[in-house]
Design a protein around this ligand. Structure first.
Ligand SMILES: *[C@@H]1O[C@H](CO)[C@@H](O)[C@H](O)[C@H]1NC(C)=O
Length: 191
């Protein structure tokens, strides 16, 4: 009986602390955009790709659920989005800033999964975007002491904090680590 009461109280505390961060604006978002209730718009970016294409992106985070990297990629695709990629260093740094400033992520977030993978063969390892198959064309803004390929088992890319007080940075992570993830919608802008 005591055990059941403890489980009840703990569940209540977990659920209510999560509720605190559901601001009125996200409730409004849920009411007015029922299709996107699983994801939250975390920010936008406008830039130019290395091939000179102007584009605008919106990033959507799976605020209310976590998943492994392979499933995350499929889930983004099934919502007509892609697991997030960053075409340039500027876009990668902009995404770091978006996570740095986000109060919900500050309180609850460790990592969000993004599209990059490594084959773990090289030293140093090379990183690729699976969407394009291209090598990531700039020096990734890693978190301190990353990538470390911990236990020789960190082939996918994430962005977040190693511990709660750290700055946000990129980090290699196991493919079977359940985390929130970032999908993107890209719009090409005609010059
Ligand atoms: C991103 O841009 C859209 C309009 O294009 C806007 O509705 C939305 O609020 C922006 N998101 C953020 C987090 O600023």
């Amino acid at each position: 009986m005591l055990k059941q009461i403890l489980i009840f109280v703990t569940t209540y505390l977990l659920v209510s602390s999560e509720d605190q961060f559901r601001t009125s604006s996200s409730v409004l978002h849920a009411k007015t955009q029922p299709k996107n209730v699983a994801f939250e718009d975390f920010g936008n970016y406008s830039g130019q790709s290395s091939t000179g294409m102007n584009y605008k992106k919106t990033y959507f985070i799976s605020r209310y659920f976590k998943s492994f990297w392979p499933e995350s990629k499929s889930i983004c695709n099934s919502f007509n989005m892609e697991l997030a990629t960053f075409e340039t260093l500027d876009e990668a740094q902009n995404f770091v800033t978006i996570l740095e400033k986000n109060e919900y992520f500050k309180a609850n977030g460790r990592f969000v999964l993004v599209d990059g993978v490594t084959d773990l063969q090289g030293s140093p390892a090379e990183w690729y975007w699976t969407n394009s198959g291209e090598k990531i064309p700039y020096s990734i803004p890693w978190a301190a002491a990353q990538p470390d390929n911990f236990y020789n088992n960190e082939p996918v890319l994430s962005v977040g904090r190693i511990s709660m007080d750290d700055k946000v940075g990129f980090n290699d992570i196991p493919a079977n680590y359940a985390a929130r993830f970032a999908c993107q919608k890209t719009e090409l802008i005609k010059n």
